[in-house]
Design a protein around this ligand. Structure first.
Ligand code: AMP
Length: 425
């Protein structure tokens, strides 16, 4: 038997009702904030991720699904392509490619789709997983650097989580500074790391030289006591980053969105500047981050684009669905009626009636004339239909149909024209 590849999975009904619920709420809530949908390709040139997410990150150095694409013609060069491990890089690439800066406005964009990382699969961690991603990008003249953009985005997330009934989430907030204060902090990190480096894992030893901030992202348990004592980015912020962070905090207080400052939060991607955040959820165990994001003021320029500061987040949809208290059964809507054709030639009549009812908005499942009445009624009950409509020769002649309420067993004859209203009652 051929099975789904390790780390990938099928989402089956009724569980897909949970996914639809989350995605419908996403569209409804994000609409209130004037976000619009963007869809970018599932694969991109490898260098896009290497340059944005960062060569030293776990994602780029260990987890990408990358292949050499030959091209069809002999003359075409091979190129290295990668299944997207995250959404921001592709969206910023599209922003630059289509020159969205020329609008002079903030672009509030969102995307829902699969991402791919070669991680060790476990509960809540997959190799193909879904993210709900949102970004606010624009030229500085549009206000893209303003702390009010950060606070509004965080408030939207709090509203969204509340809307889908997720409680018990903690917003963890930090500022990771900017290109101006980062070198000083990197220096402080290197100095603090120097004495303990020989006790740390190989990745940390390398990263201490190439990209010390990444050391804070290390998950090796033996390294944690050393990491806990390292200097905090918050103590190295320059004046404008400090003020920016304070303004975000003040605005969050003004709109009543609770948070905790987590000075160790760095996130696993290199492009972040200033505001960085995660929403964590206690019930999720080891993989407790339901979503994460932050500012990326230099990302567009580092990809050869214009100055277009931005901020965004990615919600892990798989984990969000795990944290829902609603059940798939609660959210599934069974059909209103099951149409039971009775006897030879009745499939045609049943199909006509089903079409009429569906035009009136009735959810209908169609049976088959080869079924005996008993089997039709059993099927109608199994699929959870509220009514069975019996379509036999006599009914067709009378243009009125037997309508059986499957919960009570009561049966009435209803003229064709009144059937939809009767079923809807
Ligand atoms: P990141 O892009 O790493 O900041 O991840 C954003 C969110 O995506 C995380 O908070 C998780 O909820 C989710 N996520 C990341 N990696 C995985 C994965 N391998 N499987 C399932 N969800 C993931």
């Amino acid at each position: 038997m051929i099975k789904a590849v390790r780390g990938t999975r099928d989402l089956l009904p009724p569980d897909t009702a949970l996914w639809n619920f989350v995605e419908n709420a996403t569209r409804d809530v994000f609409r209130l904030y004037n976000y619009r949908e963007i869809r970018t390709p599932i694969f991109e040139q490898t260098q896009l991720f290497a340059r944005s997410v960062g060569e030293e990150t776990d994602i780029v150095s260990k987890e990408m699904f990358t292949w050499e694409d030959r091209g069809r013609a002999e003359s075409e060069n091979t190129q290295s392509l990668t299944l997207r491990p995250e959404a921001t890089a592709g969206i910023v690439r599209a922003y630059i490619e289509h020159d969205l800066n020329r609008t002079g406005l903030l672009q509030r964009l969102y995307m829902i789709g699969p991402m791919f990382r070669r991680e060790r699969p476990q509960k809540g961690r997959y190799r193909q997983f879904f993210q709900i991603d949102a970004e606010v990008i624009g030229p500085p003249t549009a206000g893209s650097e303003s702390p009010s953009v950060d606070a509004e985005l965080l408030e939207m997330l709090a509203t969204f989580l509340e809307r889908i009934g997720i409680t018990g989430c903690t917003l963890e907030l930090n500022s990771v500074g900017c290109a101006n204060d980062r070198p000083k902090y990197n220096e402080a990190l290197r100095a603090a790391l120097a004495k303990d480096l020989d006790k740390m894992c190989e990745d940390c030893r390398r990263r201490a030289v190439t990209n010390p901030l990444r050391v804070l992202d290390c998950k090796v348990p033996e390294d944690q006591p050393i990491i806990a004592k390292l200097p905090r980015m918050l103590d190295y912020l320059d004046e404008s980053c400090r003020q920016h962070f304070q303004a975000v905090r003040d605005l969050l207080a003004a709109v009543n969105v609770p948070y905790v400052v987590n000075a160790r939060l760095v996130r696993g991607l290199d492009y972040y500047t200033r505001t960085a955040f995660e929403f964590t959820h206690g019930a999720l165990g080891a993989q407790n981050a339901i979503l994460g994001g932050g500012r990326y003021d230099g990302l567009s320029e580092s990809l050869g684009g214009p100055k277009a500061p931005g901020i965004g987040f990615a919600i892990g949809e798989d984990r969000l669905v795990l944290a829902l208290s609603k059940t798939a059964e609660e959210l599934s809507t069974p059909p209103d009626a099951y149409i039971a054709p009775l006897g030879a030639g009745m499939d045609r009549e049943a199909a006509r009636l089903a079409r009429e009812l569906r035009k009136r908005g009735i959810v209908v499942e169609l049976g088959d004339e080869s079924f005996r009445l008993k089997k039709s009624l059993e099927t109608a009950s199994k699929i959870g239909a509220r009514y069975a409509v019996i379509v036999g020769e006599n009914e067709v002649k009378a243009n009125a149909f037997a309508l059986k309420n499957l919960a009570t067993g009561a049966q009435v004859t209803v003229p064709r024209a009144e059937l939809a209203d009767k079923i809807r009652q």
